[in-house]
Write a protein that binds this ligand. Sequence first.
Ligand SMILES: [Zn+2]
Length: 372
Amino acid sequence: MLKNVDINMYDDKDKELLKSFSKQIKAFQIDKDNYVLGFYDRKIFEIVRIKGNIDIISQVLEQFQHVIINVPIRDYDIQKIINSLIRHNKICNKNIKKTVITNRYFLTEYTNNLEMIQIHLNNKKCDGNIPSLKNISKKIHKNHSDKLCSITCFFDKKTIKKLKSFLDKKYKTEKGGIFKINNTNHEILGNIYQVKIDTHENGAQEDVDVISSVYNFHTHPYNAYISHNCELGWPSLDDLKTYLFSFLSYDTFFHAISTLEGIYILSVHPKCINKLKKLDDIPLHLENWIDKHLYVSKENVKLPEGKYIKNFGNVNSGEQFVKYMATKKYPKWKCNIFSMNFLPWKILDENVYTCFSIHFPKIKGKCHIKKK
Ligand SMILES: [Zn+2]
């Protein structure tokens, strides 16, 4: 059933996926309306697309020792999707090796850059003991490592509305503010953190109270777009450097920027955290590199073209900006300095659990999760 792919028989979205990964991707196929696309590596089959009857997964399971299913995290349908996957394919407790919350940027076009829940299955003979969804959250693999902590966050509905309202034409200048986070327990996702606005004020980009907090934000309101004559409002060079400074000086775990296209989230890249946390200030060599490589001018950037960048293409959405930034590794340390997420309004408006993950250093071997 495993086939090399004949690209012509798929729909446009699948064609796009197949073109980007022509070498890695295989189709597991019953007929033209029922198939699974995924990455195949001898023993492992990682499903990235299911078309037609989802019972097809049982057949994939019969042939591979290790099957990974990626489901984008969306509030309104994630329980339903996972429930029907499990029941239709008679997946039992023994089959679920682990679940992982992860971000699969390579699937960006297709799912936006939502976090996914990955269910890792083995092909053990099932005893018919179908799990309750709670058991899935129990198997969530904690991303904490020896030196790093990681948490999954989502914005509270009212906070999303507020962050959007701050962009209104009536606000002549940007706003800044502080978030607090609250621990909640989700049936499938387990322990996740709800992000709420704590306080906000006007023109707070340089405000010490905001910068010195653990979770904070500022806005790029409508008027900022007018003054730059642009239609996209990604983080500026100053935004990046101010965030890095507040990470080094005040342990700021993330900074959100509310813009007309959506919310950008800046945090420090997990691979660079341990290099950075030793520093008190941004060293000159790093600042020079940031100035030279992470500056993307917004002046006169118009849609649909966006900004053309040589060897990359058109940066014409928040998703593309994040993708472009992910290509920029600091050569001295061979890692990205920033980890960036982008959550578009069209998804924020409809879902509660539009999740993003952040990482921060362990202190004396412990993860101190500050509430604000
Ligand atoms: Zn800004």
